[in-house]
Design a binder for this molecule. Structure first.
Ligand SMILES: Cc1cc2nc3c(=O)[nH]c(=O)nc-3n(C[C@H](O)[C@H](O)[C@H](O)COP(=O)(O)OP(=O)(O)OC[C@H]3O[C@@H](n4cnc5c(N)ncnc54)[C@H](O)[C@@H]3O)c2cc1C
Length: 389
């Protein structure tokens, strides 16, 4: 599934390195951050220094030059080890927009610094409060003014914005009502946030039920150089869509890693917790849900790596990427719910980490795309039924 035998050995080696790095960050490290809603700077730095975040950047720009299969293995392993990649995963897939659609000059300027970790490309500004899932209804507007664009509007759920130097931003350069097709008239910009914050860009954190550094970002006459435009003006929606399959596959790999973590926790607790004179795992009512969650995660994993293999082969992989995300996010949630039930009351105690991971893994049925929208995609584009919206 993962390629030739040599590839498999290489991948196993990478996974061992990831596991060893994650082992340096104890459960207490994650617990403390969770309590404080603090960003895992040390963990992100370690992952960056080890080269894991630049795995998809071609070697000519200083990256590792590997494909999505390797990236998915890295993120799966992070989550299987009880860590969380949400603080860093965007650097992997948002970079693809710049790589695929940026000019040679932009790639030469930014990619080596992103690969070395000198610059962090972690912020991805697409979602807006009023538009929600209906991305073509965004209203943040970039007006061309000589050799600049002036941006006004607001984004929401822009994760990692306080911990990023660069932002990939989707904004309208033509109002929706002025376009012939609603998917036109949007453009992608690479914003140097070091220049923007306090000069028209304001970031406000949102506190959530999990430790995820997410924010609202306000644009008030933010002037950026015209050279920040990626690709052609008006074609930005297509560029963003191009990157979404990669994002879905990588997030699905994280879910598979979560499911593995939960199932290992469930199994060991079921074996060791004695009630009524025997391990609770002796009871089929406890054992079977764990076995079922395991089977579902294994099936989802096959879809994740089938999607990644197609992506790496340059083949269209929309159905597989979406199904991977759907199945893996449901499998991780099933494994999480089963784990909480297996732990009984202790599942709610912070010290076992189950309640934290439970909160964390729930996100993936909503972001980066919610389950209903995947089902709509499959219903319409794969199965040929009428569009529901
Ligand atoms: C912690 C977190 C981090 C995030 N990080 C980022 C980020 O970094 N960058 C970014 O741009 N965005 C980010 N997002 C936004 C995320 O992608 C959206 O929340 C998600 O796509 C859902 O959009 P929405 O919240 O606007 O829901 P809405 O669009 O308001 O939808 C609400 C509910 O209605 C359902 N629904 C809507 N329309 C239909 C329909 N036609 N048929 C059936 N059901 C429908 C949805 O499935 C959903 O369940 C993040 C979100 C969260 C919570």
């Amino acid at each position: 599934m993962l390629g030739s035998e040599t590839n498999l050995e290489e991948i196993n080696e990478i996974r061992r390195s990831v596991a060893s790095l994650c082992g340096k960050f104890s459960p207490e490290y994650w617990r403390e951050l969770d309590r404080e809603r603090a960003y895992p700077t040390d963990f992100v730095d370690a992952m960056t220094k080890a080269g894991f975040l630049s795995v998809l950047i071609p070697e000519e720009y200083g990256g590792v030059g590997q494909g999505l299969t390797v990236a998915a293995n890295i993120l799966e392993e992070v989550h299987a080890n009880g860590a969380n990649a949400a603080a860093l995963h965007a650097q992997m897939y948002t970079m693809g927009t710049l790589l695929r659609h940026g000019s040679q000059e932009q790639k030469d300027k930014w990619l080596p610094k992103i690969a070395s970790g000198d610059l962090r490309l972690q912020a991805f500004g697409v979602t807006e409060p009023a538009a929600g899932t209906d991305t073509t209804s965004i209203t943040t507007y970039a007006r061309r003014d000589g050799d600049q664009y002036v941006i006004n509007g607001q984004k929401v759920w822009t994760s990692r914005a306080e911990h990023s130097d660069l932002m990939i931003l989707l904004a309208r350069t033509q109002k929706k009502e002025e376009t012939t097709r609603k998917s036109e008239g949007m453009s992608v910009f690479l914003i140097d946030m070091r220049e923007a914050v306090g000069k028209g860009m304001t970031i406000k954190p949102i506190r959530t039920m999990l430790n995820h550094a997410t924010t609202e970002v306000f644009f008030d006459n933010l002037a950026i150089p015209a050279s920040a435009l990626i690709g052609e003006e008006g074609k930005g929606f297509r560029y963003i869509l191009d990157g979404m399959n990669a994002e879905r596959i990588l997030i699905a790999a994280e879910c598979v890693g979560d499911a593995k973590w939960f199932t290992e926790k469930s199994t060991s607790y079921a074996n060791e917790r004695v009630v009524f004179g025997k391990p609770i795992g002796t009871n089929q009512g406890v054992q079977f849900p764990i076995a079922r969650a395991f089977a579902e995660a294994q099936a989802a994993r096959l879809m994740v790596y089938a999607a990644a293999a197609k992506f790496d082969a340059g083949e269209a992989c929309g159905p597989e990427a979406n199904m991977a995300k759907l199945l893996a996010s449901e499998a991780s949630w099933k494994a999480a719910d089963t784990c909480l039930q297996t732990y009984g009351g202790f599942g709610f105690a912070e010290e076992y980490d189950v309640e934290r991971k439970f909160r964390e893994t729930r996100l993936y049925q909503v972001a980066p795309v919610s389950t209903n929208l995947i089902l709509s995609y499959l219903g319409e584009h794969v199965l040929g039924m009428p569009r529901s919206y």
